[in-house]
Design a protein around this ligand. Structure first.
Ligand SMILES: C[S@@+](CC[C@H](N)C(=O)[O-])C[C@H]1O[C@@H](n2cnc3c(N)ncnc32)[C@H](O)[C@@H]1O
Length: 301
């Protein structure tokens, strides 16, 4: 769901002060935008956001993944006794609920999109997990939890929003010494991707790097690597791109006369088409790591 960051970023852009027409690094800035034009842009942005969330609301997952791969990553950890788990960017809560089942612990899901959280609260009640799963509206950039609060921090398909290295560093303080971090992140699976897909991701997500580059960031961010694996193709199609493609078909009929809505639909379709064409070059990779029990910064004054 890489569009969401683009959309949220552009919302705040439209709310910025009008830019000055002076040169910046030798490049002329945009002319100031008049108030009616800004109002029009804001309304258009709202419509874009609405159609974006209409596309995504109610899908089983908001990114590649399946419970069996959540389980595979979870089983790479040593046995944890009733752990306290934070699921970052939990969205509709596929991984959140699976972690509660697997761990017998307490899971806190955080997200900033309330309709996802409201849907998740309904599911929590349906499956009778109200005592062990909680949701909090909170940003991954400033998670308002005390240091050393969690045994495990989990993030499926959401670390790209903050950036891999930044996520590792920002969330480290939340883990108890010896606690674990599990994330999955889009990465280049081989060097030298074809220009079309390289350019596509360079524009949409410049933070995408190779698996080995991600692996290098793990010790550099104060963790010990435990293991990693790439999500197979079925993880992308069955619960994410498949349901998303069906939703796009339906909405394309509904919005046949709405060019703005169709543009958002086309964008989403392009992500699916790119994955179909180039999935041997990139994919989602689970990275499992541990915050050391003995902190190097304590050992080295
Ligand atoms: C690609 S989805 C992944 C959702 C879920 N983990 C899954 O696998 O289905 C990314 C999620 O991050 C959420 N998100 C976006 N910005 C966020 C922020 N600043 N803090 C917390 N969550 C955020 C989105 O609302 C969305 O639910």
């Amino acid at each position: 769901m890489l569009m969401v960051s683009t959309i949220m970023a552009s919302v705040s852009l439209t709310e910025d002060k009008p830019s000055s027409p002076i040169l910046q690094n030798g490049v002329p800035r945009q002319a100031p935008i008049s108030i009616p034009v800004r109002r029009f842009l804001r309304i258009r942005q709202q419509m874009t956001n609405e159609i974006f969330f209409e596309i995504h609301q109610g899908l089983p997952r908001e990114g590649p993944g399946r419970n069996k791969y959540t389980k595979k990553a979870f089983l790479m950890l040593p046995k944890l006794a009733r752990p306290r788990i934070l699921d970052v960017g939990c969205g509709p809560g596929g991984p959140t609920l699976e972690l509660a089942r697997l761990s017998q612990g307490h899971v806190v899901g955080i997200d900033i999109h309330r309709p996802f959280l409201e849907g998740l609260v309904r599911k929590i009640k349906e499956v009778g997990f109200s005592n062990c799963v909680q949701v909090v509206t909170c940003s991954m950039f400033e998670p308002g939890f005390a240091d050393n609060s969690f045994d495990l921090v989990w993030a499926e398909g959401s670390i790209y929003l903050i950036g891999f290295e930044n996520g590792l560093q920002t969330w480290r303080r939340l883990l108890k010494p010896g606690g674990f971090l599990v994330v999955h992140e889009m990465a280049w699976l081989r060097p030298g991707p074809p220009p079309e897909i390289h350019e596509y991701w360079r524009e949409l997500y410049p933070g995408i790097v190779t698996v080995s580059e991600n692996l290098e960031m793990i010790p550099a961010s104060g963790y010990e690597p435990i293991g990693h694996f790439t999500l197979p193709e079925d993880a992308c199609w069955l619960e994410y791109y498949g349901p998303l493609a069906k939703r796009l078909q339906k909405l394309r009929r509904k919005y046949v006369d709405h060019p703005e809505a169709l543009a958002v639909i086309d964008n989403e379709q392009q992500e699916i088409d790119m994955f179909r064409k180039y999935n041997q070059w990139y994919g989602s990779v689970f990275f499992v790591m541990q915050k050391p029990l003995i902190q190097p910064d304590i050992l080295c004054p």
